[in-house]
Each structure stands twice: as C-alpha cells, then as structure tokens.
Ligand binder design. Structure first.
Ligand SMILES: [Ca+2]
Length: 194
C-alpha cells in the first residue's frame, strides 16, 4: 500500500493541473512497449482518444516504433462504439503482438462486467484477464476469458462476469494477437454490475 501511495503522489506532482490534456510518453524502463498515458482519459476502451498516433492508456508490445511488423491505427469506417475502433496489423506472424489495458481499481466482494468486441482477419486472439493486489506487485488471478479464431469477419461480443475475491484490488486485460493479419477491437468495458 505504501509503495502505491508514494507512486500516486509522485505522479500527481508531475501532473500540472492547469494542463487539460497532459500526455506523457512513457518509455517504460527497458520494457519493449509503447505507452501514452493520460490521467484524465480512464480506460479509453472505445479507443476514441489518441496521442502521438496511439490510443492513450493502452500499452503496445513489441514496441511498434522498433518493430515494423506491428502497426497501430484506428478505423473510423468499422466500429462498434463512438467514432472509431482500434485496428492492429501484424505483417509477420512470427511473434505475438500484444496490447494491454491500464489497471482498473476494483473492490473485493463486488461484481464487474468485463466486455469487449473484436473481429479479425488472418489472426487469432486470446484475451487474458489479470487481477492484482492493491500495491500492484502481485498477480492474484490470470485467466483467458475469450478467444477468437483466425477467421472472424463479423464483430464478436465477449464478456466475463468477475466476482472480485479477497486480496484483489486491480484488474487489467491483455490482448494477445497471433498470426499475420488484422485485428479490430472496440468498446472495452470494465464496469461494476449494479
Ligand atoms: Ca470506439
């Protein structure tokens, strides 16, 4: 808890409140991934908010800046929600392409609906849901909650109803794309069931 509090305090100090959209490009400590963080944007599960060409608050690995087989864009002509969907293109199927949500705070004893829509051409997909402890140091549960075969021309809605167990305080989603082709994703939600 202490470590998490300190980290929050540090981030708050960096964020100048008078700036409306502060997008920090984080080169995450040697990790081969691309992240643009925006504290005001939340999950950005509809992929509506971009900075530097990337949907904010999503991490992409391997880093598309250093791996030309991984391309990130948005598609305004094929979407489920809002004005656009996320479109990831893998031109070589030799490595798994990954995009990962930010960590969302959840409360023990409550139930959450985790949902998203995806479609694919030439690629397969696995979606992994991971829960963590409050300090974000330990994964509590990590399960594949959805899959897509290599031929899914129509949008597919998938969901998991997650009952948050003792010790779980955060949840995030990891989308793992295999093969060469295109994957679309839109309307990612992690919402408490009322
Ligand atoms: Ca959208």
């Amino acid at each position: 808890m202490g470590r998490y509090t300190r980290r929050l305090a540090k981030r708050s100090a960096v964020c100048v409140p008078c700036l409306v959209l502060v997008a920090l490009v984080l080169a995450s400590c040697g990790a081969n991934e691309q992240v643009v963080s925006d504290r005001t944007a939340g999950l950005n599960g509809g992929f509506e908010l971009l900075a530097d060409g990337f949907p904010v608050n999503w991490a992409f690995a391997p880093n598309p800046a250093s791996d030309d087989s991984y391309r990130i864009s948005v598609d305004s002509s094929d979407r489920v929600e809002g004005n656009q969907s996320l479109r990831v293109t893998s031109s070589r199927g030799t490595s798994t392409k990954v995009f990962r949500s930010q960590r969302v705070l959840v409360e023990t004893g409550k139930t959450y609906r985790i949902a998203y829509s995806v479609k694919g051409k030439g690629v397969s997909l696995e979606v992994r849901r991971t829960t963590m402890n409050s300090s974000g140091t330990t994964n509590i549960r990590s399960d594949i909650i959805g899959k897509l075969s290599s031929s899914s021309p129509d949008w597919v809605y998938q969901e998991e109803i997650l009952a948050v167990a003792a010790g779980e305080a955060k949840v995030f989603l990891t989308f793992l794309v295999d093969g060469a082709g295109v994957l679309w994703c839109d309307d990612v939600r992690i919402e408490e069931e009322i």
